[in-house]
Write a protein that binds this ligand. Structure first.
Ligand code: PEP
Length: 255
């Protein structure tokens, strides 16, 4: 089965809404529409930029997709500072990241929290980008495959088969995020293949073959082709390099 590649730009906590508009315009200008048949391209700005980005994308009928970097597991209520899935759906979000290692690390998110957030995203008809990945000590102990498959299975707990088929998974080794240390294409393929294998075991091959599995961690135009050339790597989640419009457009054209 052929899966459409996805390139998603995680802006993290960067760019105000005016800078966000400028970056989306730059990407749109640098990336001819013909590429969108081949690859799906999404930007994931901070919450405060979403309305501006949505207005620009809708107004100019851009083929770019947009989404958020986090979500509350609750639909509404006394959760000061949080943003819910219905709010993100109303802003036209296609994607929401769940379980990014920076949220697991800085906000103490457990697999259970990540699972509740993932379910909230799917309940409101958006697509989760569920991140899994091992820290350096786990890799050095040779336990990375078990670590990542466990995060995957826990993150998807309780989902229906058709919801799993719609989900996107991102393998992001923690030691490769923002460090400039990219995993080799063999490292990426090893874990992405193991993740698909775990999906086969749990949900069957028909479902597992539909799930897109991305690699993330210091991806840039100089290494994207080799990473995406691997059989189980269906795209990339890009952090730092997605803040440069020309570079992100270049990567999209190569995906
Ligand atoms: C990320 O934050 O998801 C990421 C992959 O970051 P970077 O590309 O900067 O390593």
């Amino acid at each position: 089965m052929s899966r459409q590649p996805l390139l998603a730009g995680n802006w993290k906590m960067n760019l105000n809404h005016l800078e966000a508009i400028a970056l989306v315009q730059k990407i749109a200008f640098a990336l001819p529409e013909k590429y969108f048949d081949k690859v799906e391209v999404a930007v994931l700005p901070p919450f405060t930029d979403l309305r501006s980005v949505q207005t620009l994308i809708d107004g100019d009928k851009l083929l770019l997709r947009h989404g958020a970097q986090d979500v509350s597991p609750h639909d509404s209520g006394a959760y000061t500072g949080d943003v819910s899935a219905p709010m993100l759906a109303k802003l036209g979000c296609d994607y929401v990241v769940t379980g990014h290692s920076e949220r697991r690390e800085h906000h103490g998110e457990t697999d259970e929290t990540v699972n509740r957030k993932t379910r909230a995203v799917l309940k409101h008809e958006m697509t989760p980008i569920l991140c899994v990945g091992e820290p350096l000590d786990v890799r050095e102990a040779g336990d990375h495959v078990r670590h990542c498959t466990s995060q995957l299975i826990e993150g998807l707990k309780g989902l229906k088969q058709e919801q799993v088929a719609r989900a996107v998974i991102a393998y992001e080794p923690v030691w490769a995020i923002g460090t400039g240390k990219v995993a080799t294409s063999e490292d990426a393929q090893e874990v992405c293949a193991a993740l698909r294998g775990a999906l086969v075991d749990k949900y069957g091959s028909e479902i597992a073959e539909q799930v897109r599995i991305l690699y993330g961690g210091s991806v840039k135009s100089s290494n994207i082709s080799e990473l995406l050339g691997q059989g189980d790597v269906d795209g990339a989640l890009v952090g730092g390099a997605s803040l440069n419009g020309d570079e992100f457009a270049k990567m999209s054209a190569m995906a």
